[in-house]
Design a protein around this ligand. Structure first.
Ligand code: NAP
Ligand code: GLV
Length: 321
């Protein structure tokens, strides 16, 4: 095995993450280079210069003494940063148009679903019932986006283009045309008080863990046209308290939720979230990473790095995203 090899560490049973699918793509994107899928392929730990990972097990990355760069195969890096033995080398994350567009599709689809009362209409159809309700314009609905990074900003801009009143919240203040930008914990309350549909696109960090809980839901606007606040979380499950979500749906603090991510994944079949009429669930696939796009993205970065160029989208470990 020659130096400069790439190790693939994919720890997910989901179809999109089938390791052989990714190994084939990487072998095509990096011709002539050793690409091994661990644990299936034999490998020499000393020859591994690069690791491309999705939810690697803690301690796995420490097995490569010559590792130069870790490429996370998704946008969120919480699974890598939580490994106490992770090597101190640059960690690159995904930030590409393909993933951004997929997430915006998801956010727009679910915002529209709540705004256009689609669950009510599906219920009417199931009962063969012709019973239109009053429908308000998008301009009557205030959407608030938690996180104005690569994903939050694009989704916010698209929602604004559809006519919603859009605001966003981040650590550092942004300036986005037509979008009200709030920053820091001091402005979170004001942001929440003007929000009917809350979209969460935050990373999971010690600062954001458990943010989506009862105290926050109680601060959302109660006077919007939807009849109560709605929450859409496509960030990470660790951002939400599922017991609080169920309680708040039951007692009317929340009108409905869309959840793509969960405290424990896959979501336990016994969870009451599956059966709650006000809950819409997707299996953490709001924005899948595409093997063709991402293998080319990683291959391009490796070649650039080896030619003396700089890596893009390197994670700031102190911030945690
Ligand atoms: P990003 O570009 O790093 O943006 C993160 C945003 O969150 C930034 O605007 C940042 O503020 C803000 N933020 C972070 N900590 C905060 C805090 N304590 N208070 C207020 N704002 C805070 O990340 P991204 O590419 O948009 O991705 C966001 C997350 O989406 C990922 O980390 C991942 O967990 C999730 N994701 C989920 C899926 C899925 O399929 N469900 C797919 C992809 C990504 P500043 O801009 O001021 O730093
Ligand atoms: C998916 O969850 C990602 O972080 O890209």
């Amino acid at each position: 095995m020659s130096k400069g090899a790439l190790a693939l560490l994919i720890r997910s049973g989901d179809q999109n993450w089938a390791p052989e699918r990714w190994r084939d793509r990487f072998r095509t994107a990096l011709p002539g280079r050793d690409v091994v899928s661990i644990p299936d392929d034999a490998f020499d730990p000393l020859a591994i210069d690069y690791a491309a990972v999705w939810k690697p097990k803690h301690g796995e990355l420490a097995a490569f003494p010559n590792l130069k760069v870790i490429f996370n195969l998704g946008a969120g890096v919480d699974a890598v940063l939580s490994d106490p033995q992770r090597p101190d080398v640059p960690l690159v994350r995904v930030a590409v148009d393909d993933l951004t567009s997929r997430m915006t599709e998801y956010v727009v689809m679910h915002t529209l679903m709540h705004h256009r009362q689609q669950s009510y209409l599906a219920g009417c159809q199931a009962r063969s019932e012709w019973a239109p309700r009053e429908q308000w314009p998008a301009s009557a609905v205030r959407v608030g986006v938690l996180g104005l990074g690569v994903l939050g900003r694009h989704a916010a801009e698209m929602l604004h283009a559809l006519g919603f009143q859009v605001a966003g919240w981040s650590v550092t203040r942004k300036s986005l045309t037509g979008i009200s930008c709030y920053a820091g914990h001091g402005e979170l309350g004001t942001f929440l008080a003007r929000t009917d549909i809350l979209v969460c696109l935050l990373p999971l960090t010690p600062q954001t863990s458990g943010l989506l809980r009862r105290e926050l839901f109680l601060q959302l606007a109660k006077d919007g046209p939807l009849g109560g606040p709605v929450v859409i979380n496509a960030g990470r499950g660790g951002l939400q308290n599922e017991s609080d979500i169920l309680d708040c749906l039951d007692n009317g603090v929340l009108k409905a939720v869309t959840l793509d991510v969960f405290e424990a994944e896959p979501l336990n079949p016994a969870s009451r979230l599956w059966r709650h009429p006000a809950v819409t669930i997707s299996p953490h696939n709001a924005a899948d990473t595409d093997p063709d796009t991402i293998s080319s993205y990683v291959a391009g970065q490796i070649l650039q790095f080896e030619a003396g160029g700089t890596l893009e989208n390197v994670v700031d470990r102190a911030r945690g995203y």
